[in-house]
Design a protein around this ligand. Structure first.
Ligand code: FES
Length: 719
């Protein structure tokens, strides 16, 4: 039963229980808060979120449950008087001058001036990236809770008592502590006591727009540069997809790709067993020579594997390197190593989501399958958490015990047997008479009907309480329901989730669908630009190669090439002579050692990436230094087909953008066309793929567009 209440006279309808604070936020009412952070459990220490509940008086909104029929006032004279009093007490100790962050906003809003005196003994500047000024600490304990809850560490702790209480790092200084510089504490500090020194001192002189390539949601980011040096990144909301302001990865992880000591300062060639820096031209010449010679011997013994997220132009040119430059269809994304990629292509026709991500905001129930959504796809995980916390959607979590989303879930099916749990849910839907198969989706649904009468058995085989499974089945049937899948290398999870979605009538329905996200090798969309052994750009079969051959003025082999798994198998058997590997192929996988072993058996492996990765260091004969995603340009495609243009970015020489590397290789391999810019490659791709034809750089400069590969309707307006 939905819960109805009034906040400042506005009616709020909640799908699920939540606090008054979240109910108010769902209604667009801004209740001040300092110690509350939706990523952490409510703590209730600052009391700034006090509100007046009719018949009950003042209560803390962040810890008090919203109840049916409640009448809440958030800015009565009494409430305001209390807030001013609390802020005045904080301001007495807070150093005089402008306060940053949420505290600064509240001080200004309630007209309170800080007047404390700075004690230099409480300032610690010794950590390379994180600054600490405990004069500014308001004892919200957010850093303590974030460090423990998000990172599993206990760097921050309380010391002393009463008015002397301080929150300090374990060794007294962050610089000597076991801090891993993740910045979770920086992100949750509301008062500027813990801050990012790089971001705080950044004075960007130019800005570019890019898409974050650290996961397949590809959120838009603004990048600030001092000269050609990226110094600031913020995740922005362009209205398409979830707003990912809460994603730590998007805000901070780019530094790993730009500033770590391991980032080579030049392209590399292996000489006498060691990788030594060389000029980019020298490295390109060597790579082209080795690939060409191997292809001349036998084109089936060369291949291209793309293991990182790239702009579509770079994917497109990478498949041209294979097909036109080397005469082979041995080109594939690393995503195909995961069974879920193959299951998605088989069942849904493409590895993309069956729904636009922003339509998740219309889902009544969201089912998250798989652990670690908030870690791997932070923006989307944060969005799901907020929907649940704000009482806007019910959350069913199918994930192992201890998953971070569990605290926000209505029902948690705590198991590592994901496919088994999904089968139990299918059976429960049938047994409880809740199945409503999608019209026309008969075959899979009838397979699910064969599970009739088995939901008890299946629940216990997956280690689940049957009542919890039944409760989850009821929520799923009360849709629209979306299924967000955090997929690893377990067989059958995508398949069962798709069957469940179909069985509950949630395929092709507004606010419903299946969103497949890959925990590793998150680059399934590359196949839409032709990085696939049996598909040309646009997911077109090889039998239609005629018009591509005409455009490329080159023959395309008619036999399908090898998939990534098959290439690695051939490598392990000594059948591959040369490979071009873009991105980190080995380390994200449980198969790491096998992959490295296979690559070591290939006489010539060239790698491309911003870092000298594990693959580079142990198997590469040549490494081409590429730009990181905050330096890239071109069109990124998100998991739901959303296209975003990265432009105005700067690449630090001698790193080259991925499209430039591919186009330089193509020239050296004898291709007639010279691509002078990413847009030339994009325009050629658009001319070959009808559903991309409307997505000009000009239109994309104005905002994101959605590609609709399935319907064949071309570029769609954002819904
Ligand atoms: Fe509610 Fe701090 S925000 S007590």
């Amino acid at each position: 039963m939905p819960i109805r209440l009034r906040v400042d006279g506005r009616e709020v309808v909640l799908e699920r229980p939540t606090t008054i604070l979240n109910a108010a936020r769902a209604a667009g009412v801004d209740v001040p808060s300092l110690c509350y952070d939706e990523r952490l459990d409510p703590y209730g220490s600052c009391r700034l979120c006090l509100v007046e509940v009719k018949g009950r008086g003042l209560v803390a909104a962040c810890t008090t449950p919203a109840e049916d029929g409640m009448e809440v006032e958030t800015e009565t004279p009494e409430v305001v008087r209390h807030r001013r009093q609390i802020l005045s007490m904080l301001a007495e100790r807070y150093p005089a001058g402008q306060a940053p962050g949420r505290l600064g906003e509240l001080l200004r809003r309630y007209g309170v001036e800080p007047s404390g005196v700075e004690d230099p003994r409480l300032v610690d500047d010794r950590h390379p990236w994180i600054g600490v000024d405990l004069n500014r600490c308001v004892l919200c304990f957010n850093c303590v809770r974030a460090c423990e809850g998000y990172v599993g560490r206990l760097i921050w702790r309380a010391a002393y008592r009463g008015r002397q209480t301080l929150v300090i790092p374990e060794t007294g200084s962050l610089s000597t502590s076991s801090c891993i510089s993740c910045r979770a504490c920086v992100d949750v500090c509301p008062s500027g006591a813990i801050f990012d020194k790089v971001m705080a001192s950044a004075r960007p002189t130019a800005w570019g727009q890019a898409a974050c390539s650290l996961c397949s949601v590809s959120c838009p980011v603004r990048v600030g540069y001092e000269g050609d040096r990226p110094v600031y990144v913020e995740v922005v909301n362009d209205g398409a997809g979830p707003s990912a302001a809460g994603c730590l990865k998007g805000r901070y992880r780019w530094e790993d790709l730009v500033y770590v000591p391991e980032r080579p300062q030049a392209s590399l060639l292996r000489r006498d067993g060691r990788l030594v820096p060389v000029s980019t031209d020298e490295a390109l010449d060597e790579v082209a020579r080795a690939l060409r010679e191997a292809a001349r011997e036998d084109p089936r013994s060369v291949g291209v594997i793309v293991a990182s997220r790239l702009p579509m132009e770079a994917y497109y040119l990478a498949q041209l390197v294979a097909r036109v430059g080397l005469g082979t269809n041995n080109v594939d994304v690393a995503a195909s190593l995961l069974p879920s990629y193959r299951e998605a292509v088989e069942l849904a026709g493409s590895p993309l989501s069956t729904m636009p991500l922003e339509r998740l905001s219309r889902s009544r129930t969201i089912v998250v399958v798989g652990g670690g959504l908030e870690e791997a796809h932070g923006g989307l995980g944060h969005f799901v958490r907020l929907r649940a916390l704000h009482g806007e959607a019910r959350l069913v979590l199918v994930a192992p015990e201890g998953d971070r989303l569990a605290s926000a879930a209505d029902v948690h099916l705590a198991t590592g047997e994901l496919a088994g749990a999904l089968r139990a849910l299918e059976s429960a839907l049938v047994d409880l008479g809740l199945a409503r198969p999608t019209a026309g989706g008969g075959e899979l649904s009838s397979r699910a009907f064969s599970l009739r009468g088995r939901h008890r058995d299946l629940s216990s085989s997956a280690g689940l309480d049957v009542r919890v499974v039944e409760e989850a089945a009821r929520l799923i049937s009360d849709g629209p329901t979306s299924f967000v899948l955090e997929l690893n290398d377990e067989e059958g999870v995508y398949r069962e989730a798709y069957v469940l979605a179909e069985l509950s009538g949630n395929i092709g329905r507004e606010g419903a669908g299946v969103v497949p996200l890959l925990s590793a090798y998150d680059n399934a969309e590359g196949s839409l630009a032709g990085v696939a052994p049996d598909r040309l750009p646009g997911l077109v079969g090889l039998e239609e190669r005629g018009r591509f051959e005409e455009a490329w003025r080159a023959r395309v082999p008619d036999e399908p090439g090898m998939s990534t798994g098959e290439i690695l198998e051939a490598a392990a058997e000594g059948r591959m002579r040369a490979l071009l590997v873009v991105g980190e192929l080995a380390s994200p996988s449980r198969l790491r050692e096998q992959i490295l072993e296979a690559l070591r058996r290939v006489p010539f492996v060239a790698t491309v990436g911003p870092l000298a990765s594990t693959t580079t260091l142990s198997a590469s004969r040549a490494h081409l230094l590429s730009a990181s995603h905050v330096e890239e340009e071109g069109v990124y495609m998100a998991v739901d087909g959303t296209l975003r243009l990265a432009k105005g970015t700067r690449a630090r020489a001698p790193a080259m953008r991925a499209w430039e590397i591919m186009s330089s290789l193509l020239s050296r391999l004898g291709h007639w066309r010279r691509y002078g810019s990413a847009s030339e490659a994009w325009d050629e791709l658009r001319s070959l793929v009808p559903w991309l034809s409307g997505a000009t750089y000009e239109r994309l400069s104005a905002g994101p567009l959605r590609a609709l590969p399935r319907s064949g309707e071309g570029i769609g307006p954002r819904p």
